[in-house]
Design a binder for this molecule. Structure first.
Ligand code: HXC
Length: 305
């Protein structure tokens, strides 16, 4: 078996110690983008708490290898891996049918498939813009449509993995910001339309999560300006990046009994980062009013000393 291209972050735990061990026994999670670092971490946490799972990714061999790695977290669990492009509705329907046949149904849906690259608006062709919209937004719609008959049977729950950078404005992300805004709107609508069927629809919006493919590719640490390195609280009030396990904790909450009345919200998991983004006072605060605030272990998940 080939080594998964996306290993689980070495410094990360699965989740906090807040959860009882078997809370998801008998549940089935279906997750697109499931071979990526964040989504595989979400699924791994759910499996460790008793769920079975199907993960989908475009690279079939890699996705199957990650599924096999996830299954190791809980002996006896079943984790299926499917090669699937979320732009192809029929291939999603096939994966849903195979999942139902093997695992009995679908209780939890995570729409996590995403495409991203940095580009100025001039650098984006209309096909480049369309490609990201098709993967992120149309792909989420396709996934929900394919899973909906099963979610209606199980009175299931949906989580979309979105972002925060469209709340303000983020350079080089016109295509992704537009797609994520659309995903948020899709979730809002579904929370109203599907609520009467007992289905909840929510968004998790991770901020910068350490040791992920996206962060390494889009925000390489050697490109962070020196003054930011000296004052990481300028980037994040907690002075550190997030962990995959912190996104997993939010996922567990929304899928657990504790999250049963939460519908139509976005749970932002970013340490307060985006709230920090639009006031000069916020940028001055760490250096002027917090002596010692510069004593952060920058670009790790350890934070203030
Ligand atoms: C400008 C680009 C480009 C770039 C591709 N294109 N990369 N344009 N700058 N860097 C253009 C191509 O030229 C083409 O347009 C169009 O986009 C489609 O490209 P393809 O390669 O044919 O598409 P495809 O093979 O489907 O690949 C999709 C992809 C790719 C999104 C372009 O990057 C990808 O598959 N990425 C892997 C998934 C991923 O990105 N995951 C990270 C998600 S992390 P033309 O006009 O030439 O035909 C995340 C959160 C990050 O989202 C948070 C960080 C802070």
């Amino acid at each position: 078996m080939s080594k998964p291209a996306v290993p689980f972050p070495p410094e990360d735990e699965l989740y906090s110690n807040a959860w009882a061990k078997d809370i998801f026994k008998g549940k089935v999670v279906f997750c697109t983008g499931g071979a990526g670092t964040i989504c595989s971490g979400q699924v791994r946490a759910l499996v460790s708490l008793g769920a079975n799972a199907a993960i989908l990714g475009r690279r079939e061999a890699n996705t199957k290898a990650v599924a096999a790695e996830i299954a190791k977290v809980r002996p006896g669990s079943k984790v299926l891996g499917f090669g699937c492009d979320v732009r192809d509705y029929n291939s999603l329907v096939g994966a849903v049918e195979a999942t139902v046949q093997e695992l009995g149904g679908i209780d939890f849906l995570i729409c996590g498939a995403a495409g991203n690259f940095l580009s100025t608006i001039e650098g984006l062709s209309s096909n480049a813009f369309k490609t990201v919209i098709d993967i992120d937004l149309l792909g989420s719609y396709n996934t929900v449509k394919a899973c909906l008959p099963e979610l209606r049977k199980s009175r299931g729950r949906i989580i979309f993995v979105s972002a925060t950078f469209h709340y303000t404005g983020t350079a080089l992300q016109a295509h992704v910001g537009a797609a994520k805004a659309g995903i948020d709107a899709l979730s809002h609508t579904l929370s109203i339309e599907l609520g009467p069927a007992g289905i909840t629809s929510n968004v998790i919006a991770p901020g910068a999560i350490a040791n992920t493919e996206g962060m390494e590719r889009l925000a390489p640490r050697n490109m962070i300006p020196e003054d930011m390195k000296k004052n990481p609280a300028k980037l994040n009030p907690l002075g550190r990046w997030g962990t995959v396990s912190e996104v997993a904790d939010a996922t567990i909450f929304l899928f657990s009994e504790a999250g049963r009345y939460v519908n139509g919200v976005t749970l932002v998991v970013d340490g307060g980062s985006w709230r920090n983004s639009n006031s000069i006072a916020n940028f001055l605060y760490p250096t002027i009013f917090q002596p010692g605030a510069t004593d952060f272990d920058f670009m790790t998940t350890k934070g203030a000393k």
